[in-house]
Design a protein around this ligand. Structure first.
Ligand code: C2O
Ligand code: CU
Length: 502
């Protein structure tokens, strides 16, 4: 129980994050002026001339996984999924599932181009896999239960991949997601740029909600019509696994990078920052070519936004991360402000120059003759239960994904394809494609409001959104609604991207 509250303080988390990187190792020296014994195999060891690298920037918010490999380009970590308890309601122990005993799971961070090796152990009483949401890695390492035999209780699996893109990503269970993610099996990934933009501090805020019953427990899932139809909304908001407002201090005029991620089953989070000047500088697929200054942002389940936050706003005493959440007031529904996190100003620093991002070029959104696809997101009642479909077909749930299910599409690697997602049912569907990025190309207003590379796009009821992907990563890729209840009830499918060489 202590475990879940131990990391409440951002300061402690910062210390942990800062301590997690081993001291840079000295390059190996190889002795060359000694004749090799005649029968011995030649020693092909090449001295490693790469200079030891600076430690990764600290990310305040979650404890970081310990890097077990001394090689500065390899990050090896151990993650164990196991049942645990959290104390979200005074005097109540909520039965949860957690990675390494904490919710969210610890931060996995690396630098772009690093090799990441995760020694995963399943101590749950059920099967599971780990999916690396947004990482464009091999499908064999993607945690898709259609490809990877799920890890049995007591079993182990080593995930290994090179992280190809810098940005804010996350990891989560990909089996019975509506209950495994809901109960706590999610964590954050930060892949740092080779030369990250200079800021005074980086903070990570992982948003979630859970529904606790009067005993403080998370009930069974997929049991009520509204929970399936809308996806299950919680009655408690969690920020980095905490119910209380997170607090920290920072000097006035400081510049921070805030990384936001929504891990909720179904709740899109409308957020804004008060008391500071802020811009969106990055999204699912990394930094944007141009930052933009919205009034608020909507973070759909699965999505990420990186903000630049300048601690300067007249007389405000603190910068606050505020969520606008609909609550029932009598018979009406009103949006109420919830302050999730507060950074109080203390002291002052010289203002930094304007944000200078590494130059970023996005793939073209107007390629010649792109293929067009229409995917209708629908659903209805079948045999007394709610079923969701894509183009009239229900995919089977994560828990029992049928590896022989026919893919919805086959495309050659590197082919630009416009996919129009039309929502015919339910208020919204945050649509996620594994292993690729895409850009919103229409409606024009959406494309302008939400620039950058995405892996998840919010499609609202009776809306059609067109995205363009270049299918750059070969393999078998799942796509699904990130409302876990919708995915588990059929709103998922697979696309096959045929490698260039075939
Ligand atoms: Cu974060 Cu298949 O999803
Ligand atoms: Cu959906």
């Amino acid at each position: 129980m202590e475990k879940f509250t131990r990391f409440a303080s951002g300061v402690l988390a910062a210390l942990l994050a800062a301590c997690s990187d081993p001291a840079p190792a000295a390059p190996d020296a190889t002795v060359v002026d000694r004749p090799a014994p005649v029968d011995a195999a030649p020693d092909l060891t090449v001295p490693d001339m790469t200079p030891p690298r600076a430690p990764l920037p600290a990310v305040v918010g979650l404890p970081a996984l310990r890097d077990e490999d001394p090689d500065p380009r390899v990050v090896q970590v151990s993650i164990t999924a196991a049942p645990g308890v959290a104390t979200w309601r005074a005097g109540r122990e909520t039965r949860v599932l957690a990675y390494n005993g904490v919710i969210p799971g610890p931060l996995l961070h690396a630098r772009v181009g690093d090799t990441v090796r995760v020694r995963f152990r399943n101590e749950l009483e059920e099967y599971t896999t780990v999916h690396w949401h947004g990482l464009r890695i091999s499908d064999l390492m993607d945690g898709s239960p259609a490809i990877q035999e799920p890890v049995r209780p007591g079993g182990e699996f080593t995930y290994e991949f090179v992280v190809p893109d810098a940005g804010t990503f996350w990891y989560h269970s990909h089996v019975s997601t509506e209950q495994q993610i809901d109960r706590g099996l999610y964590g954050a990934i930060v892949v740092h740029e080779a030369e990250p933009p200079a800021v005074d501090r980086e903070r990570l805020y992982v948003l979630d909600d859970v529904r606790l019953d009067s005993n403080g427990q998370i009930g069974p899932t997929l049991t009520s019509g509204p929970d399936v139809g809308r996806g299950r909304l919680g009655n408690v908001l969690l920020t980095n696994g905490q119910t209380a407002r997170l607090t920290a201090t920072a000097p006035r005029n400081g510049v921070e990078r805030w990384r936001l991620l929504n891990a909720a089953n179904a709740r899109s989070m409308r957020v804004r920052v008060d008391g500071a000047r802020w811009k969106v500088v990055g999204t699912d697929g990394g930094l944007l070519p141009e930052p933009y200054e919205p009034v608020e942002i909507v973070i759909a389940p699965g999505q990420r936004f990186d903000l630049e936050v300048r601690m300067e706003d007249g007389e405000a005493p603190a910068a606050q991360l505020v969520a606008m959440v609909p609550v029932a007031v009598g018979s009406a529904v009103e949006d109420r402000d919830f302050i999730l996190a507060e950074v109080t100003f203390e002291g002052e620093v010289e203002p930094r120059p304007a944000w200078v991002a590494p130059s970023v070029t996005l793939p073209s959104t107007s390629p010649m003759g792109p293929l067009a696809r229409n995917w209708a997101l629908s659903g209805g009642v079948v045999d007394g239960g709610v079923e969701f479909t894509i183009n009239g077909r229900a995919g089977v749930g994560h828990g029992s994904h049928d590896p022989r299910a026919e893919p919805v599409d086959r495309v050659a690697q590197g082919t630009p394809v416009r996919i129009t997602l039309r929502s015919n049912v339910s208020p919204e569907h945050p649509f996620h494609l594994h292993g690729q990025f895409f850009q919103i190309v229409s409606p024009a207003a959406r494309a302008a409001e939400e620039p950058g590379l995405k892996d998840t796009v919010l499609v609202r009821g009776n809306e059609a959104v067109t995205v363009l992907t270049w299918y750059e990563n070969p393999g078998r890729w799942m796509f699904h609604c990130h409302i876990a209840e919708h995915a588990e009830r059929g709103m998922m499918g697979e696309v096959v991207v045929i490698p260039r060489s075939e």
